[in-house]
Design a protein around this ligand. Sequence first.
Ligand code: NAG
Length: 110
Amino acid sequence: MFITKSLITTAILVGAANANLGFTGVTTCGCSPSNGPFAVAIPAALAGTHVCCNEAITLSYNGKSVTAIYSGTYDAGAGTQNVALTETAFDVLEDNSSQTSLSPVTWAFN
Ligand SMILES: *[C@@H]1O[C@H](CO)[C@@H](O)[C@H](O)[C@H]1NC(C)=O
């Protein structure tokens, strides 16, 4: 039998993450304002070789999805996959404006 192994070099899809409203606690990359208001910050450990300010991430929650630019790092604790979203991006995913954290959220680099 021929067995192949595949190497996973970057985080492709994250299982159960929270998406938090706002960039509180985020180390931003200082992206140009021309990147627009759709921004996401992810754990540094999952950033791999992705280039900050230049790559997009698609996030999904409860049947909705939004694309945001990877714009900083956000660490909610070792091993966590939680992300922080700017309000513009968060508003697309939320069920209603009373929410400040969404779970479960899946996200992946485009
Ligand atoms: C807002 O959405 C959340 C999550 O779906 C739900 O639990 C909550 O009851 C909703 N609140 C209002 C005021 O509709």
